[in-house]
Write a protein that binds this ligand. Structure first.
Ligand code: URA
Length: 425
């Protein structure tokens, strides 16, 4: 076989055989298919798509290109969760201990942030001492001991995705359903959980800009998971504005701590509790929304989170420390009305430029910086009222504030928002 023939076939919209897909992925991981041919292939997929059968063959071949975790030593139904990326997304930091506080084991591998999106692992690393690198044995032992561990994705998992994702990132081929579905599901399948909750984000700050696209991605991933015996449910969730009130690593940990104590904003708290209900159901536990919320207010989820922080070397005293930055810059509303839009991508990029995120993989992070919103979409606001505070170690000039204010859209009429848009099972 020759890579050029496979690329040409895909370019011309012809379905590839299982053997051709296997040959290409094996060659890519072995280094015999070079990056430039794989980039051409990814672009052909971007324009011509893949059939369900092709996506399934690609995903399962990718799973084989690395270590596969065996979680069978952990009793109970192990449930994993994955988000397709967002701004201010601290869901895992609350959801994982919340679900674990009901006795459902959570063994989760998470990723780092890139561009306008944040990553759970960076947020956890902003806790002094917190270790995100664990061997398979340590990871399993911690889940056996306390029912919860969130670690960074093993370097040995799905080598094809490691290579291909980096390549897609620099060749404008990330946002295509076959490649996102195979990337996410190969990692989830290799990570070994019995059941998977997928948070498919939709809107300005997400890869999927429309509900139709998000629905198709969700359906593709749910079918892939179910086909290999992993009970999979997807939830389409709004990412037109940042999730919750904060963007930035330590700022999001502090917001997560508030939510874990039942002191978070009602909308984000309710949303995470709804996700917890679904994840618990996947884990064989039925709980009412009230019962789930009660685990927050009674401190049960917080206790589980603190146990995880301690077990992974984190400093509990430092955990609750306020952020330390040179300057806190307030941003005020320019008119009366209702907040109509807070574009997630724009605010994610603003936070990234403060040092809260990475423009390229090798960038260092400033864990302390970011944005805290005092108002979210739908909230009434008066001219001169505080809309947000920028936490920065860099100099912020009037031009930066004006740029921020441009991304706070205020209208006369109230705009309604819903975090969960649809469930695909
Ligand atoms: N998240 C992933 O893990 N892979 C993608 O391709 C997109 C989002």
């Amino acid at each position: 076989m020759r890579a050029v023939d496979i690329i040409q076939k895909k370019r011309d919209g012809i379905e590839l055989s299982k053997d051709e897909i296997h040959w290409l992925i094996e060659g890519y991981v072995a280094g015999t298919v070079p990056d430039y041919q794989m980039a051409a292939f990814a672009m052909a997929v971007y324009f011509k798509g893949m059939t369900t059968r092709e996506i399934s063959d690609l995903t399962m071949k990718m799973v084989e290109t690395g270590e596969q975790f065996d979680l069978s030593a952990i009793k109970g139904i192990k449930v994993d969760k994955h988000s397709t990326g967002g701004v201010g997304d601290k869901v895992t930091i609350v959801l994982a201990p919340l679900v674990a506080s009901f006795g459902v084991p959570v063994a989760k591998m998470s990723g780092r942030g890139l561009g306008h999106t944040g990553g759970t692992i960076d947020k956890l690393e902003s806790i002094k001492g917190f270790q995100v690198e664990r061997t398979q044995e340590e990871f399993i032992k911690q889940v056996q001991d306390i029912g919860l561990s969130v670690i960074g994705q093993s370097d040995q998992l799905v080598m094809a995705d490691k290579l291909l994702y980096a390549l897609r990132d620099v060749t404008a081929t990330v946002d295509t359903i076959p490649l996102i579905a195979s990337s996410v599901m190969s990692k989830k399948i290799a990570a070994g959980a019995d059941a998977i909750l997928l948070d498919v984000t939709v809107g300005e700050g997400a890869f999927m800009k429309t509900i139709e696209e998000a629905r198709e991605l969700a359906r593709t991933m749910v079918d892939l998971g179910n086909a290999v015996g992993r009970k999979t449910i997807a939830v389409l969730t709004d990412m037109s504005q940042p999730l919750g009130t904060s963007i930035g690593n330590r700022l999001e940990i502090l917001e997560a701590l508030d939510i874990l104590q039942g002191k978070g904003r009602e909308d984000v708290t309710h949303f995470i509790c709804e996700l917890a209900q679904i994840m618990l159901e996947l884990g064989g536990v039925t709980a009412s929304l009230e019962e789930v919320k009660q685990h927050l207010t009674a401190g049960k989820a917080l206790k589980k989170f603190e146990e995880m922080v301690l077990a992974q070397g984190g400093d509990l005293e430092d955990l609750y420390r306020p952020v330390q930055v040179k300057e806190q810059v307030p941003v005020y509303a320019e008119e009366d009305g209702y907040i109509a839009a807070l574009p997630a991508m724009e605010h994610g990029l603003f936070a990234m430029r403060l040092g809260a995120g990475r423009a390229v993989k090798s960038d260092d992070l400033d864990y302390e910086t970011g944005i805290v919103f005092a108002k979210k979409v739908g909230d009434p606001v008066q001219k001169g009222e505080l809309v947000a505070t920028i936490y920065t170690n860099l100099e912020i000039c009037q031009k930066n504030i004006a740029e921020f204010q441009k991304n706070v859209k205020i209208l006369d009429e109230v705009v309604s928002v819903s975090e969960i848009i649809e469930i695909v099972s």
